[in-house]
Design a protein around this ligand. Sequence first.
Ligand SMILES: NC(=O)c1ccc[n+]([C@@H]2O[C@H](COP(=O)([O-])OP(=O)(O)OC[C@H]3O[C@@H](n4cnc5c(N)ncnc54)[C@H](O)[C@@H]3O)[C@@H](O)[C@H]2O)c1
Length: 268
Amino acid sequence: MARLNEKVALITGGASGIGLSVAQLMAKEGAKVVIADFNVEGAKEAAEEIRTQGGDAVGVFVDAGNGDSIKEAVDFTVQQYGKITTMFNNVGLTNLKKDLDVVNVDLEEWDKLMNVNLKSVLLGARFAIPHMMEAGGGSIINTASMAGFAGDAVRVAYGASKAGVVNLTRYIATQYGKHSIRCNAVAPGLILTPAAKNNMPQDVLDMFAKYNALPYHGEPEDIGHTVVFLASDESKFITGQTIQVEGGHYIANPTVPDFEQFMKMAQV
Ligand SMILES: NC(=O)c1ccc[n+]([C@@H]2O[C@H](COP(=O)([O-])OP(=O)(O)OC[C@H]3O[C@@H](n4cnc5c(N)ncnc54)[C@H](O)[C@@H]3O)[C@@H](O)[C@H]2O)c1
């Protein structure tokens, strides 16, 4: 039996990258999938592709920065498939030009990222939870980021919003656990989505590779398989957790690669 038979999932930001991979993998495991995205054409194409491979999916519009739109996507899911068991709050924005350090961050950008990256998670949960209670339970999964676990030179709004996602995940898990509603998050490190591949200079990719414990970069499927696990009943005793899928980027003393380099030089 497929791992997600009987599951109905709403995936925000499902037209590309991590969300698309999750949609494809969930459909392969038997879930009925609503792919919701700003890019509605992309969402519909992704759903069509899943249907041609024998899966069950539809594409719809959602603006994760707008509460009414998130509610419409949740209600659509319930109308289409009779219930919602799985909510993947995945949309997240970053802006390297405006989201700078504390003194220089553009405050409109701060508000935008808090709205799209953090409030959208609150609202996705808020609108899905009553339906999940009716259905006897569910699994909410949020996309955080490794940026929510450490300080950085720039992207203060992104990092703060993703740290918020990590603790909001615990709050949802705490408040609705007795209704058999689980809530977990996944925190990706650098993932080679098509957008990342096209936009990241090789020097930046090399920088990440240097500080990862593993010798390769993350792929969308690495997040996809983790999310499928969190959506499935295999993880039925896991709640309130954020799984870091980041190639061991933060597990070691940060000086390790530099110290190894130093030791090599010292031996010469
Ligand atoms: N790719 C990475 O390296 C990485 C690392 C850490 C965290 N993340 C997080 O993973 C999530 C997905 O990122 P990705 O890299 O797959 O992105 P992506 O750019 O490949 O895809 C994002 C999708 O979201 C849609 N979208 C954007 N704004 C939207 C809105 N307001 N409403 C609805 N849809 C909207 C886009 O149309 C696109 O289809 C984000 O939360 C991001 O912060 C990504």
